[in-house]
Design a protein around this ligand. Structure first.
Ligand code: ZN
Length: 160
C-alpha cells in the first residue's frame, strides 16, 4: 500500500543539517508513527513520502520554506529577568519553557542585558535546509476513528 492521504505510516529517520551534523534520529527508539495528510510532519517531508511504500528508503532534502520556515525578528521578545524562577542561573543559550496562550513553548535565551532578557521563540530548525534519510517500516490504512481524531491510535500513537 502506498502512502497517501489518511494512511498511517511508521518510519525510521535520521535528520542532518547541510553540514552533515546529526540533529535527530529515531535510531534506538521505536519508529515514528504518524497520520499522513493532516500536517503531522513538515509539509516538505509529507510531500516526499507521498506514493512511497513499505520497504522504500529515501533521502529528502527539504528547504526551510517547506520545513520550519524563516527566522522572524518578531519572535524575539524582551522580558524582565525577575519574571523567571531561578533567575540567577540563567545564561545565554539556555532553553526555557514558557506558558503561552497556545500552551507550553520552548524558547532560547539569546541575550541577557541587566534586567532585560531577550527570548528567541523561533523554531530551532528555522532557516535550515533539512536532510532526511528515511526507511519506511510500515504503511496501513487509518481507521475512521483515527481520521476523525486526526492522529494515530495504538502503540506509538494516542492510547485512548
Ligand atoms: Zn484519538
Amino acid at each position: 500500500m502506498k502512502i497517501s492521504q489518511h494512511t498511517v505510516v511508521s518510519l525510521d529517520y535520521t535528520l542532518k543539517n547541510g553540514e552533515g551534523e546529526l540533529l535527530d534520529t529515531s535510531e534506538g527508539r521505536e519508529p515514528l508513527i504518524y497520520l499522513q495528510g493532516v500536517g503531522a510532519l513538515i509539509p516538505g517531508l509529507e510531500k516526499e513520502l507521498e506514493g512511497k511504500e513499505k520497504g522504500d528508503k529515501l533521502t529528502a532534502v527539504i528547504a526551510p520554506e517547506d520545513a520550519y520556515g524563516s527566522r522572524r525578528d518578531d519572535l524575539l521578545k524582551i522580558v524582565p529577568k525577575s519574571g523567571f524562577k531561578g533567575e540567577e542561573e540563567m545564561q545565554e543559550g539556555m532553553q526555557v519553557q514558557l506558558d503561552t496562550e497556545h500552551g507550553p513553548a520552548l524558547a532560547i535565551i539569546s541575550k541577557i542585558d541587566g534586567e532585560d532578557v531577550t527570548l528567541d521563540l523561533n523554531h530551532p530548525l528555522a532557516d535550515m535546509t533539512l536532510h532526511f534519510d528515511v526507511d519506511i517500516v510500515d504503511v496501513r490504512e487509518a481507521s475512521q476513528e483515527e481520521i476523525d481524531h486526526g492522529h494515530v491510535h495504538g502503540p506509538g500513537g494516542h492510547e485512548h
